[in-house]
Design a protein around this ligand. Structure first.
Ligand SMILES: C[S@@+](CC[C@H](N)C(=O)[O-])C[C@H]1O[C@@H](n2cnc3c(N)ncnc32)[C@H](O)[C@@H]1O
Ligand code: SF4
Length: 377
């Protein structure tokens, strides 16, 4: 892509405590290092500024718990980031006070992604979450009171001890808050972790129920008037949102295969066929940037074939048609016809002057990755 990346990801790794299921790059506490980390982030941004477009479309502050970052350091970071049409921050409910909500609003954040995970106390306990159901509700109302009109809630399903009725109740509780957007993820438990060890047989039972849970999520949220625009993501339809398009613009950029710059420990960037991942080690990251050196990184050169396959896999997660022009080599034409005949994909052959397009049908999308894998040559 010419003109630079239009999407910036900023990783803020600090958390008050570590939840058992979490596999993200996180660090507990380290309050005395937040300022130095933000300094390093801003140096990395300065070193890579030319990779970004003059006009940035989205900024996403993810974690970790961005809202756990020391207030002065967070304020400094937010005032130094490029202006963008969409600026999202991930927040943990227990960190959201009226003062924090107002501070985020004043700092030009326009979208908050609140990590609810569940509203059932016994499931929050299994996940080792700090927030109770009322903490989540209070946080949501503080954000609304501060003027946020684009709030997303994260839910997880397939939690040890969860039943189908627990999931239905979680969806009801989330919907009762009237969020603009919902992300609903299957719990991923990494083999070999303490969490997996503690919940092994129950995780296996949950894995067997995952397909049914996914059905329940899609059905309940679409019935409630949400658009199922990506495998795990839902937003209010424009009719229920005064015409606004409430899809996450930042995540849409990933699913559409756009270039993005990621800064911070463990952050990934993909720009013009090159991908790199920063070291997840705080000391190495801060140390290098204190000397105005790029942090240690793993580099990967993406072949055209890899790029094409990634674009197809990500693009077919969306509910919009995927333009096939330029992707002929990545796709198995016979599989396209087969899946269309089975009612799993809609395949529009190219009318004159237009590219052929493909989209999975709702049934194809429910089957997900397996259908996409079949399509790839
Ligand atoms: C990067 S995490 C950070 C969010 C925030 N710190 C929190 O805990 O709410 C973003 C989201 O990823 C999801 N997530 C994290 N670990 C997961 C796992 N092991 N399986 C499925 N989803 C997970 C959660 O829904 C979480 O809200
Ligand atoms: S608060 Fe969020 S990022 Fe931190 S350990 Fe828990 S799930 Fe992971």
């Amino acid at each position: 892509m010419s003109g630079g990346a239009r999407h910036l990801y900023v990783h803020l790794p600090f958390c008050a405590h570590r939840c058992g299921y979490c596999d993200f790059v996180t660090l507990v506490g380290r309050n005395d290092q937040h300022e130095a980390y933000v300094e390093a982030l801003l140096t990395e941004l300065e070193l890579e500024r030319e990779l970004l477009a003059a006009s940035v479309e989205t900024v996403f502050l993810g974690g970790g718990t961005p809202t756990f970052t020391a207030p002065a350091a967070l304020a400094r970071l937010l005032s130094s980031l490029p202006v963008a049409a969409e600026v999202t921050v991930e927040a943990n409910p227990e960190t959201v006070t009226p003062a924090l909500a107002t501070f985020l609003r004043d700092a030009r954040i326009d979208r908050v992604s609140l990590g609810a995970q569940s509203f059932r106390p016994h499931l929050l306990a299994v996940l080792e979450r700090v927030a109770q159901p009322d903490t989540i509700r209070r946080a949501f109302h503080h954000l609304r009171d501060a003027g946020f009109d684009n709030i997303s809630l994260d839910l997880i399903y397939g939690i040890p001890g969860q039943s189908a009725s627990d999931l239905e109740a979680d969806l009801d509780d989330a919907l009762a808050l009237g969020p603009e957007h919902l992300s609903c993820y299957e719990l991923e438990a990494k083999p070999g972790t303490r969490f997996t060890h503690a919940h092994g047989p129950e995780l296996a039972r949950q894995a067997d129920a995952m397909e049914t849970y996914f059905e329940v999520v899609v059905q309940r949220l679409t019935d409630a008037g949400y658009r199922w625009y990506e495998t795990a993501n839902f937003c209010r339809t424009p009719e229920r949102a005064r015409g606004r398009d409430l899809r996450s613009r930042h995540n849409l950029a990933y699913w559409r295969g756009r270039d993005y710059l990621g800064i911070g420990i463990g952050a990934v960037s993909t720009i013009e066929g090159r991908r790199w991942r920063n070291s997840p080690r705080l000391a190495a990251y801060v140390g290098a940037l204190a000397c105005r050196q790029r942090p240690p990184r793993e580099h990967e050169l993406l072949t055209e074939e890899t790029r094409q396959r990634e674009h197809v896999m990500l693009g077919l997660r969306l509910d919009e048609p995927f333009e096939l022009a330029g992707y002929a080599d990545a796709l198995d034409e016979a599989a396209l016809d087969r899946l269309a005949a089975l009612g799993l994909a809609d395949f529009a052959r190219a009318p004159v002057g237009k590219a052929a397009r493909i989209a999975l049908t709702p049934r194809g999308r429910r089957l997900g990755g397996g259908v996409t894998a079949e399509l790839l040559a």
